[in-house]
Design a protein around this ligand. Structure first.
Ligand SMILES: *Cc1c(COP(=O)(O)O)cnc(C)c1O
Length: 432
């Protein structure tokens, strides 16, 4: 049986030259030797290029800014990654008090921070208000009242947007679709006007914007235009009622190619949305875009070492030193990542399931892959820059890997490998 070969994603930070894979100017094999495996490697060039593609489209032909990019840091929240984006001019989209602390740690301008998330605690709301974030995106009527209460205690005002659930099908994996009426996210479309009216009457609330985010790994523009039209219909209605909206937050979710997908180009995608905003007469509104994956996904790889080859009657297994603990996407969504040998070798190839050492049958990284490898060889799992390290866990008491940023021919440790003793340093035995 011949399977249709899945192409490799297009990468700007990682290239194969004469059978050797490089991160920018450094062979991946050198990084593995110096820093060990499993190892996360990011390319600063790739981060920068992805950001600049968005940013170019955010400025019109007259040089006027039409939109701002707020990096959704849950996709990759390493401080060095955040700092790279901050230096390029990015704002940030946050979904927890922890992410707010990261943004403040790198000295992000509070006015460049939007605080989203479906279950903010009173404590997180207070932290956001004390930090003077640009906006809190509200996901329920109950949350609106909680924000009003917290703001009253702090004797301050709370700038808010409502997150709309536009009920559009983003045609992505059910676990990462967020804009359907059966999803937990956002305020039901038919309740939005009523909720804005209620918000406008609350003593501490300043209505500043409107928000929607319909899902992740979305590979066509159509669902965005559907959602945008529905959001703009609401903005017209609010204007008629005298409720003024200053910014329009269109969320993130643009997909990347992991191999087979063919998502719209970042510049075309951004232009299409911003042109629709202008055509409908809302060009005066500030627009916020919140990309996560499309800024970082293809700017990172996970390096891993082959521990064992285990041939079997039904399947051959390639057992590597990375696992679902380092890259959870395959176990969680049956996600596909391209996997390549770091150095091409003239050995016989076989079809393998690439699996980790964790005691779960869901612990796999790739299935039915044709690979020419031997024990001790290195593999690179591509497109691991988004929802990779951030979803890592210590299951099976596995220390989290180091993260490295490559910039030209320099490699920087941006997070040290965890040390096993640290993993239980805060645990206590019961008294005798
Ligand atoms: C996760 C998330 C994003 C980013 O999604 P990507 O698919 O990574 O682009 C943007 N906005 C909100 C509110 C999110 O929860």
């Amino acid at each position: 049986m011949t399977k249709k070969a899945i192409p490799l994603p297009k990468l700007s930070g990682f290239t194969e030259r004469n059978g050797h894979w490089y991160a920018e100017e450094i062979p991946l094999a050198d990084l593995a030797k110096e820093f060990g495996t499993p190892l996360y490697v990011y390319s600063r060039k790739a981060l920068t290029e992805a950001y600049e593609a968005y940013d170019r489209a955010c400025v019109d032909v007259h040089g006027k800014r039409r939109a701002r990019v707020h990096f959704a840091m849950k996709a990759n929240s390493n401080l060095a990654v955040l700092d790279c984006f901050k230096k390029l001019g990015a704002g940030f989209d946050l979904v927890s008090g922890g992410e707010l602390a990261r943004a403040l740690e790198i000295g992000a301008d509070p006015k460049s921070l939007v605080f989203a998330g479906v279950g903010k605690s009173a404590d997180e709301i207070a932290q956001a208000l004390k930090a003077h974030v640009k906006c809190i995106n509200v996901e329920s009527i109950a949350e609106l009242h909680k924000i009003n209460r917290v703001a009253k205690e702090l004797q301050c005002r709370a700038p808010i947007s409502l997150r709309i659930n536009p009920d559009v099908d983003a045609q992505t994996h059910p676990y990462i679709s967020t804009g359907l009426k059966g999803n937990k996210f956002g305020i039901a479309y038919h309740e939005v006007l009523k909720t804005y009216r209620e918000a406008a009457l609350l003593s501490q609330i300043d209505v500043v914007g409107i928000d929607c985010h319909i899902g992740s790994q979305i590979t066509t523009t159509a669902p965005y235009l559907d959602a945008l039209d529905k959001v703009l219909d609401l903005v017209s209605q609010l204007q008629r009622e005298g409720i003024e909206i200053h910014h329009l937050d269109l969320g993130g979710g643009l997909g990347i190619s992991y191999g087979e997908e063919n998502p719209p180009d970042i510049t075309d995608f951004t232009n299409t949305l911003l042109n629709r905003v202008a055509e409908r007469g809302f060009g005066h509104l500030d627009v916020v875009l919140e990309p996560g994956r499309s800024l970082v996904g293809n700017a990172g790889v996970l390096l891993t070492k082959v521990e064992y080859l285990k041939p079997g009657a039904e399947k051959n297994f390639c057992i590597v030193d990375a696992a679902m603990t380092e890259l959870m996407r395959p176990a969680l969504y049956e996600a596909y990542h391209s996997i390549v040998p770091v150095q091409r070798k003239a050995v016989k190839s076989s079809t393998y399931d690439i699996v980790g050492p964790v005691c779960e049958s869901g612990d796999w990284l790739g299935k039915d892959r044709e690979l020419a490898v031997e024990e001790e060889d290195l593999l690179a799992i591509l497109s691991a820059g988004a929802y990779g390290f951030v979803m890592a866990s210590n299951y099976n008491t596995r220390p989290k890997p180091a993260e490295i940023m490559v910039d030209g021919n320099h490699a920087y440790v941006i997070r040290a490998r965890e040390n096993i003793n640290d993993l239980f340093a805060t645990e206590q035995l019961l008294p005798k």
